[in-house]
Ligand binder design. Structure first.
Ligand code: HEM
Ligand code: HEM
Length: 239
């Protein structure tokens, strides 16, 4: 019985590990890349939204459920179970202390990500489906919400990107050890350097998305949307 349980845990843990890279990690990288079209301007960002909106509705929904929601929900719920179990002291040897600390931060970042993503998905995709319109996820609406309330949400998003980038980049390093991809000391040092570079690159990519919402004037012709009315009322610098 105990052997069966261990084996079951082993398989679930491996599945959890894999789901963090494919599809969840992969989704995040493409998501931030496409969102970074904010740098090119409101029309380009809205163009990406319109592309997904132009897909047949049932196809988009099936894609979302199979490729995003189920794997993310599984990864998140099983991840919470791992955090709750709270096993630490995973690494031994010379770098034990710093590696255990980084491992602990990964678990805490998972917890933060859970709250961040629950808020993020509820206020984007879920709100879009409930309201029956994509206006709520277009450039003007983002510009409004990120600059309202003393830029509070802007800072929440800065932190959300940082946590997601750390969680994924450190996860890649851990994944390579767990799956026996990096075995020698040399290979482990190489993946450590790669993960650090990835952390910097993904953080900058995600932050560039957010900066892209501050550097452009409002979308031409969007003056009458509720979001733009509020921006004009507030007299924000780009209005
Ligand atoms: C950097 C700022 C971000 C912006 C501007 C942004 C933008 C968006 C938008 C517009 C949607 C709605 C898509 C749709 O329903 O068609 C969305 C959904 C989503 N975002 Fe983000 N996002 C950001 C950061 C993140 C991060 C860091 C993650 C972490 C993985 C993430 C994960 C998701 C997920 C899982 C969904 C639901 C996707 C779906 O069901 O289609 N986002 N985001
Ligand atoms: C939504 C909330 C999330 C929670 C609660 C969570 C939780 C966790 C936990 C606890 C671990 C460590 C597993 C272990 O100790 O073996 C982990 C690993 C990982 N997570 Fe997440 N995670 C979340 C979201 C994400 C997201 C959005 C991504 C991708 C961008 C991701 C990618 C990874 C990767 C790649 C690993 C490493 C797998 C390994 O250790 O082999 N996670 N996650």
């Amino acid at each position: 019985m105990s052997l069966a349980l261990n084996r079951e845990n082993y398989v679930w843990h491996k599945l959890h590990s894999l789901s963090g890279i494919i599809p969840v990690g992969f989704y995040m990288l493409q998501h931030l890349t496409l969102n970074s079209f904010t740098i090119a301007g409101p029309e380009k960002f809205n163009g990406v939204i319109q592309f997904f909106e132009s897909l047949p509705k049932h196809l988009l929904l099936v894609l979302e459920i199979v490729a995003i929601w189920i794997p993310l929900l599984f990864h998140a719920v099983y991840g919470l179970f791992i955090v709750n179990r709270g096993q630490s002291n995973y690494f031994e040897g010379k770098y034990k202390w710093s590696q255990n600390r980084m491992y602990t931060i990964q678990r805490w970042s998972g917890l933060f990500l859970f709250l961040f993503l629950a808020f993020h998905i509820a206020t984007t995709t879920v709100a879009k489906y409930i309201g029956g319109s994509a206006t709520i996820i277009e450039y003007a609406a983002w510009q409004e919400k990120l600059t309202s309330y003393g830029y509070a949400l802007f800072f929440v998003y800065l932190l959300g990107v940082l946590a997601a980038s750390y969680h994924l980049s450190y996860g890649v390093w851990n994944f390579c050890i767990r799956w026996g991809i990096t075995i020698s000391d040399k290979a482990q040092l190489r993946i450590q350097k790669f993960s650090f570079g990835m952390f910097i690159a993904v953080t900058l990519l995600g932050w560039s998305v957010l900066v892209g919402f501050l550097i452009h004037k409002p979308v031409v012709g969007a003056e009458n949307t509720p979001a733009m009315t509020r921006i004009v009322e507030l007299g924000l610098p780009f209005a």
